[in-house]
Design a protein around this ligand. Structure first.
Ligand SMILES: [Zn+2]
Length: 78
């Protein structure tokens, strides 16, 4: 199990996501952003806009995912 914060994933808060695979943590991160957006959090609305832009720009999305999986791999197991 590894722990990654919203900030480590390119966000701006210290909410922690746990998972054993990068995809598990990424999905929790997406859920976290959606929940914060539902609360009207301006900073996470910006992250949502970034995520939407990446979906329309596969190269940017792949670059983010590559960095994310490398960062995830470098984390200590807990
Ligand atoms: Zn956050």
């Amino acid at each position: 199990m590894k722990t990654m914060t919203c900030r480590q994933m390119g966000g701006n808060c210290d909410f922690a996501m746990q998972g054993s695979t990068p995809d598990e943590v990424m999905n929790k991160g997406v859920g976290h952003v959606k929940a914060m957006v539902a609360n009207g959090d301006a900073e996470h609305i910006k992250i949502q806009a970034m995520m939407d832009a990446m979906q329309k720009d596969p190269a940017a999305g792949q670059a983010w995912y590559k960095k994310f999986t490398a960062d995830f791999a470098a984390l200590p197991e807990s």
